[in-house]
Design a protein around this ligand. Structure first.
Ligand code: IPM
Ligand code: MG
Length: 385
C-alpha cells in the first residue's frame, strides 16, 4: 500500500524517529527491526530519518527541541518517539527541561487527541497488582486532550507578591472548540469499539469542568448511537481500581488524562507493555500528523543494560500501522505476535515473576520477529489494508 500522494501514486512513508534519552534509543532500535519486517512484508517503502530531542538536544543545541526538528516532525507522516528526561537535567528550570520537547511537539503539530489504551494481556495477568478477576481482559481506551488545559494555560508563572511571598499560578482554560474536537474523536473511537464513552471532569467545582460536560453532552446529541456517561475525575480514579471492566472509552482533559492514564496503565501489570498515539484527528480515518510513543519514561536506572522492554514501543508502531498506515490487519498481526511470545513465556525483567528467567530487550525482539514469521506463514499476505 504505502502512502498515496495527491496524484494517486505510491510514495514512501516518512517516519521520523526521536529516541530522546535514557532507554529511548534502545527501544527505538528494537522497534526499527519490527518496522523493517513490516516494510518488507507489506511491501511499503518506509524512509526513516533520525533526530534528537529532550536532554540529548539540550546537550547538543541548548534547547529541548530545535525549530528544525519541529519542522521535520511537521512534515513526517509519523513520528516514533522514545522517552525524554533524566537526572542530569532535573535541575533545569521548567521551561528548559527535556519534557518541553514533547509538549512543544504536541502543541505545534496540534496533536490534540492522545490515545492511551490500557489492556491486560491475559498471559501476564499475574503481573498486575490487582486481583486477576478484576483486571482480566480489561480493554480501556483513554482519550486525553493534549494541546490545552492547565499544561498550556496563561497566565502562568512564579512571582513575588506584595507580601514578599512567592506565588505560583497555573491556568486551566478550555474553549468549546478544543473540547468539542477531542470529544468528537472519542465518540468516533467508541463507535468502533464497545460503543460506550465516559466523559470525565470536575463539573462540580471547576468552570472548565462545567463547560466540558455541556459540550460533551451537546456532541453526544449528534452521536446518539454511542452511550455517553459522565463521571467526576476523583470518582473515576476510584472506579478504575474498583471495577475497571465498566469502562470502554474515557475522554478527559489534559491533566486528568495524564493522571488517569498512568493509573489505568498500572492495571495492565506493566508500563513496559503500553503504547500510545497522539494524533491530529480531524478525520479519525486519516490523522494528518501523528506521534507514537510508549507510555513509560526514560528509565535512567536501567540504561545501557540491554534489559529495557521494547514491547510498548513496538506496540506503538502497531498503533502507527493502524492509524497512519491504516492497516488494522497488520496491527492485529503484531498484537498476536506479542501475545504469542508472552504465552511462550518470554519475559523481560519488568514483567518476569520472581524466579522466572528474564530475556534481554533484543532477545524479546528476536522472539517477536520469529512469531511474526510463523504467523505470516499461517496467514495469506496482506498487501492491502
Ligand atoms: C505523559 C508524560 C508527560 C505529560 C510529561 C513527560 C511532560 O507524563 O506523556 O504522560 O505530563 O504529559
Ligand atoms: Mg504522564
Amino acid at each position: 500500500m504505502g502512502a498515496v500522494s495527491e496524484s494517486g501514486t505510491n510514495r514512501a512513508f516518512n517516519l521520523l524517529t526521536l529516541p530522546g534519552d535514557g532507554i529511548g534509543s534502545e527501544i527505538i532500535d528494537e522497534t526499527l527491526r519490527v518496522v523493517a519486517w513490516f516494510s518488507d512484508y507489506l511491501d511499503v517503502p518506509i524512509d526513516i530519518e533520525h533526530d534528537i530531542v529532550g536532554g540529548a538536544s539540550i546537550d547538543e543545541h541548548g534547547v529541548p527541541i530545535t525549530d528544525a526538528v519541529v519542522q521535520k516532525a511537521n512534515c513526517a507522516d509519523a513520528i516514533l518517539f522514545g522517552a525524554v528526561g533524566g537526572p542530569k537535567w532535573d535541575g533545569l528550570p521548567r521551561a528548559a527541561r527535556p519534557e518541553m520537547g514533547i509538549l512543544r511537539l504536541r502543541k505545534e503539530l496540534d496533536l490534540f487527541a492522545n490515545l492511551r489504551p490500557a489492556v491486560n494481556f491475559p498471559e501476564i495477568v499475574a503481573a498486575s497488582s490487582l486481583r486477576p478477576e478484576l483486571v482480566e481482559s480489561i480493554d480501556i481506551m483513554i482519550v486525553r486532550e493534549s494541546t490545552s488545559g492547565v499544561y498550556f494555560g496563561e497566565p502562568r508563572g512564579i512571582e513575588t507578591n506584595e507580601k514578599g511571598m512567592r506565588r505560583a499560578v497555573d491556568t486551566q482554560a478550555y474553549d468549546e472548540a478544543e473540547i468539542a474536537r477531542v470529544c468528537r474523536a472519542a465518540f468516533e473511537i467508541a463507535r468502533r469499539r464497545g460503543g460506550r464513552l465516559c466523559s470525565v471532569d470536575k463539573a462540580n467545582v471547576m468552570e472548565t469542568g462545567a463547560l466540558w460536560r455541556t459540550i460533551a453532552t451537546e456532541i453526544g446529541q449528534d452521536n446518539a448511537d454511542v452511550e455517553l456517561s459522565h463521571m467526576y475525575a476523583d470518582n473515576c480514579a476510584m472506579q478504575l481500581l474498583r471495577e475497571p471492566k465498566q469502562f470502554d472509552v474515557i475522554v478527559t482533559d489534559n491533566l486528568f488524562g495524564d493522571i488517569l492514564s498512568d493509573e489505568a496503565a498500572a492495571l495492565s501489570g506493566s508500563l513496559g507493555l503500553l503504547p500510545s498515539a497522539t494524533l491530529h484527528m480531524a478525520d479519525p480515518e486519516r490523522p494528518k500528523r501523528a506521534l507514537y510513543e510508549p507510555i513509560h519514561g526514560s528509565a535512567p536506572d536501567i540504561v545501557g543494560k540491554g534489559i529495557a522492554n521494547p514491547l510498548a514501543s513496538i506496540l506503538s508502531f502497531g498503533m502507527c500501522l493502524n492509524y497512519s498506515l491504516r492497516n488494522s490487519a497488520a496491527a492485529d498481526l503484531l498484537t498476536q505476535a506479542v501475545r504469542r511470545v508472552l504465552a511462550q513465556g518470554f519475559r523481560t525483567a519488568d514483567i518476569a515473576a520472581a524466579g522466572e528467567k528474564a530475556v534481554t530487550g533484543s532477545e524479546m525482539t528476536d522472539s517477536i520477529l520469529a512469531a511474526l514469521n510463523e504467523l505470516a506463514e499461517d496467514s495469506p499476505r496482506m498487501m492491502e489494508a
